[in-house]
Design a protein around this ligand. Structure first.
Ligand code: GAL
Length: 409
């Protein structure tokens, strides 16, 4: 049996001169943020081939594929605790005993794409084999199985940063590019080493935070309030702590290599509908990948309605790929957040009541830095209500509610 700690093969793995200063071949695969489903938030490692088949069918029958969610991504758990005796990645021999190929074929026949999870270290976070030293071989294996998406994690050694993440993640980027198949590359470095300065050169998307949890506010997890401090906070990030970090780094959001705010918790825990709407609206408008984390077998209708709101999804998939930005001047710290930005043919404005109780808000559109001088046409995307002409948002917002206005110019 192969040991996890065996020396990696030197066959084909190209190290040394890793070029960081070019964009990932991104653009074709990542013109808009990717959408799909990932097993981690609801299943952790507890799923098998039949669960994967069920989820694939539900993506179709719940109308999620039609709404744009086309990747089915198996996170930690699909792979075995050891490589094959000759050193290849293999599927978990008890839960995916048929291997990955039949699943990939089925998923493709349904018009979906298949994603798998791996790691840039010696071991994954769940102590399965990582790809360090095996990048070329593993990339070719993925291509031969028909895999379309590779989420690549940051566990498994190198605490001394002797091998910087930039290097580890770039080796796999190059290996995937040589694999002979177009594979979406999702870098999962937890926002740990300021990836907004280099992640776009490497991944089609890259995580900007530690792991999200199904909490709206969590002052003890990811507790810090600045991008710098949050780099050291690994897990337990709430919706609002990730949003807080985006205030500082939304400027780095660029088409083709998306800042990834982590998988959605809509339909996971016990957030209210307003919290779920707020979570989804910000992930959409900040152009994060939209990856469902809920167990689709038990999804509430209210959560499904949030995840399939076509108008909000259209903001996320807008061809300009511009994120909204925090409008400091009209926001009130701890009480009201206003974010605004451009979409093709107009603008989007988010007004978020950060309080646990209702409050009246009154925001003038002229003050948002959007160049709006006259009343404009607008639609609020959760209620569907439209206005022929408005020049301000005047409304009573419920606890943690966010209104999303699509403005047509
Ligand atoms: C974490 C990663 C999570 C999930 C988990 C699996 O490092 O951030 O999204 O993939 O590993 O072990």
């Amino acid at each position: 049996m192969a040991l996890n700690c065996e020396l990696p093969p030197d066959e084909g793995t190209i190290r040394g001169e890793i070029e960081l200063s070019r964009g990932a071949t991104a653009s074709k695969l990542a013109q808009t943020p990717q959408m799909g489903f990932n097993t981690w938030n609801s299943f952790k490692g507890n799923y098998n081939e039949s669960t994967a088949n069920q989820i694939a069918s539900l993506l179709i029958s719940l109308g999620l594929k039609d709404a744009g969610y086309n990747y089915l991504i198996l996170d930690e758990g699909w792979s075995d605790m050891a490589r094959t005796t000759d050193g290849y990645l293999q599927s978990n021999q008890s839960t995916f005993s048929n291997g990955i190929v039949p699943l990939a074929e089925r998923v493709h026949d349904m018009g979906l794409k298949l994603g798998l999870y791996g790691d840039s270290g010696i071991l994954t976070c769940g102590f399965r084999p990582g790809s360090w030293g095996y990048e070329e071989r593993d990339a070719r294996t993925l291509a031969s199985w028909g895999v379309d998406y590779w989420k690549y994690d940051n566990c498994g050694g190198f605490q001394a940063m002797s091998n910087a993440p930039q290097e580890r993640f770039a080796v796999m980027r190059d290996a995937l590019e040589r694999s002979g198949r177009e594979i979406f590359y999702s870098v999962c470095e937890w926002g740990f080493q300021f990836p907004w300065h280099w992640g776009g050169e490497i991944g089609h998307s890259y995580r900007m935070s530690g792991d999200i949890t199904a909490t709206f506010i969590n002052e003890t997890g990811c507790p810090c309030k600045t991008a710098y401090c949050l780099n050291t906070g690994y897990a337990g990030c709430s919706v609002t702590s990730i949003l807080r970090k985006m205030r500082e780094i939304s400027v780095y959001q660029k088409p083709g290599h998306w800042l990834d705010m982590d998988m959605l918790e809509v339909g996971v825990g016990s957030m209210t509908v307003y919290m779920e709407q707020t979570h989804f609206a910000f992930w959409a408008a900040l152009k994060s990948p939209l990856i469902i984390g809920a167990d689709l077998r038990t999804l509430r209708n209210e959560s499904l309605a949030v995840l399939t709101n076509r108008d909000v999804i259209a903001i996320n998939q807008d061809s300009l790929g511009e994120p909204v930005h925090f409008v400091q001047g009209v926001s009130v710290e701890g009480a009201l957040q206003v974010w605004a930005g451009e979409v093709k043919g107009g603008n989007v404005v988010l007004v978020f009541n950060e309080k646990s109780y209702s409050q009246d808000v009154d925001v003038s559109l002229k003050e948002l830095g959007l160049g709006i001088q006259r009343p404009v046409r607008a639609k609020e995307l959760w209620s569907g209500k439209s206005w022929g002409k408005i020049d301000r948002v005047k409304a009573e917002l419920g606890a943690y509610q966010t209104l999303v206005f699509r403005i047509t110019r």
